[in-house]
Design a protein around this ligand. Sequence first.
Ligand SMILES: [Zn+2]
Length: 300
Amino acid sequence: MLSRRSILLASAAAALSGSLRPAASQIVAEASLAGRSVAVLSDGAFEMPLSMAARDASLADIQGATGSGAPIQSVLNVTCIRQGDATVMIDCGSGANFLPGTGKLAASLDQAGIKPESVTHVLFTHLHPDHLWGALDDFDTPLFPNAKWIADRREVAFWTDPGVYQRLPEDRHAFAAGAQRILKELGDRLETAGAGTEWAPGIAAFDSAGHTPGHVSFEMKGGDGPLFVLGDALTHPVISFAKPQWRPASDHDADLAVAARQRVLARAAAEKAAIIGYHLPGALGRVERDGTAYRFVAAG
Ligand SMILES: [Zn+2]
């Protein structure tokens, strides 16, 4: 019998077969980290202007730092952690309604052999569209039917406040409308929690607010060193590391985001942590000091 999921996957496959694009679903990385089985799954990618990397730096300076004038190809990396009986997703992609080239998570899960029914927890770093809107499938049903969904209580309060529209530029109003619609559909399934506590067994949230008002990152401890899943605390493989003081246009509170970035970089370098960045190419790597700043050392 055809399930709704297999119908969706069949239609996605049919759509792909009509174009010359390679299959967009993919497993970005698989590793054993901090005593857990970790898979990073692609939700696709979108393009954004290079100028968005730093609103207070000149384009020439940005090009100088990145060595390229090309637009940013922002990849979307969803982390899946399997440990004991728990299968934990960190963020859940863009869904069908954000941007062309995104919304590939369901196909990537299928490729990785991870059944949506098996997911026990979905933890959100924050509630921007590329992290939240994939929570619902094309039928507006939660993608992970058996999961407990958890988001930071500051983040939920911000996006569900009727006054949120006054606090956002007009081009971000769709972010708020989307967040409100999806949180309403999740209803009682969604729980809120705070930084400094474990949201799933052995997976603790820590504060990295700035990119959004309630942005959190996650840390896990293990014999081979800690693992940090950083969401959008670090978004660009060069600029976030070499120029952490620059202010990307996507950060809500630029000063708070700079401070969070500096804290995360200092900790990750000092603790020799493995890091996973939602928008970092290849997702997985480490942070090394480089003079007064840092560099991203990709795994593998
Ligand atoms: Zn993002």
